[in-house]
Design a protein around this ligand. Structure first.
Ligand SMILES: NC(=O)c1ccc[n+]([C@@H]2O[C@H](COP(=O)([O-])OP(=O)(O)OC[C@H]3O[C@@H](n4cnc5c(N)ncnc54)[C@H](OP(=O)(O)O)[C@@H]3O)[C@@H](O)[C@H]2O)c1
Length: 247
């Protein structure tokens, strides 16, 4: 455990798995959390075969009690240096606001919004107590008020990601905009080739993971040297390709 522990929800596939591989290569112990124990363990085995120090477990992140049990099983690994919230689901294709069944709203908001809330509730308190850590949530361009987030369709997905943006911004404020040692940010990975993004997306999962892994490994000073002088703290932000973008 040279660099500490990185917990990654949605770590069994796609961008989450790619983040786990990048942080594992950088010397972190990675705990890959799947939707269930089996998928998390399979992903950890694949990472171990790549020479990475990985353990796998899992839970339905939309379920607060399941995440509480997971935290108990993880023991000291439940006190991470890095928490990446990548678990997510896409809305059904025709899910316009008036054409979306209540169950579909529950399913998408349950994973995409409450999944992040549950991850924060169970894994962020040790970071706050230690005054050290990074929280990074996978958002999406489809959740941006300044972008395609309000152009209609895929309503539960767009709304869930807009809500994640609000959650991250609020949590960053509550943790003092980095002044108390915890950095909290959101990332748009762009359209990536993953089970969610499909095989024809322009970017690889690795490319989608890069800004997440960069944020996970940079403190405020490193970010300031990279971005240049700005009159606001370099956390509590939405990032894409290592640049700040509007919410
Ligand atoms: N790919 C893109 O183009 C793109 C673009 C913008 C934003 N994003 C965001 O990036 C994140 C990662 O997406 P991805 O493309 O890597 O998709 P992905 O490969 O489908 O990964 C999502 C992961 O979340 C897990 N998951 C789903 N429901 C869960 C639950 N209830 N509890 C715990 N885990 C659950 C999935 O597990 P199972 O495989 O077992 O279902 C899967 O491992 C998502 O939040 C997504 O919205 C992706």
């Amino acid at each position: 455990m040279d660099n500490g522990v990185a917990l990654i929800t949605g770590g069994a596939s796609g961008i989450g798995f790619a983040v786990a591989a990048q942080l594992g290569r950088a010397g972190y112990t990675v705990a890959v959390l799947g939707r269930n124990v089996e998928s998390g363990r399979q992903a950890a085995t694949a990472l171990c075969e790549m020479g990475i120090d990985a353990v796998g477990d899992g839970a339905d992140f939309s379920n607060h009690a399941e995440v509480a049990s997971l935290r108990e099983r993880l023991g000291p690994l439940a006190e991470p240096e890095i928490l990446v919230c990548s678990a997510g689901v896409m809305s059904e294709k025709m899910s316009k606001t008036l054409r979306t069944a209540p169950d579909e709203w529950d399913r998408v908001l349950g994973v995409n919004l409450l999944g992040v809330v549950n991850a924060l509730a169970h894994f962020a308190p040790p970071m706050v107590a230690a005054r050290s850590g990074k929280v990074i949530a996978l958002s999406a361009c489809l959740g941006r008020f300044s972008g395609p987030g309000t152009s209609g369709g895929l309503a539960p997905y767009r709304v869930s990601k807009a809500a994640v943006n609000a959650l991250i911004r609020n949590f960053a404020a509550e943790t003092g905009w980095g002044a108390r040692g915890v950095l909290v940010d959101a990332v748009c990975p762009n359209h990536c080739r993953t089970p969610m993004g499909g095989p024809d997306a322009p970017r690889s999962a690795d490319e989608g993971a890069e800004t997440v892994a960069w944020l996970a490994q940079t403190n405020l000073e490193v970010r300031r040297n990279f971005i240049g002088n700005v009159d606001f703290p370099l956390t509590g932000l939405l990032w894409e390709d290592q640049k700040i973008i509007s919410w």
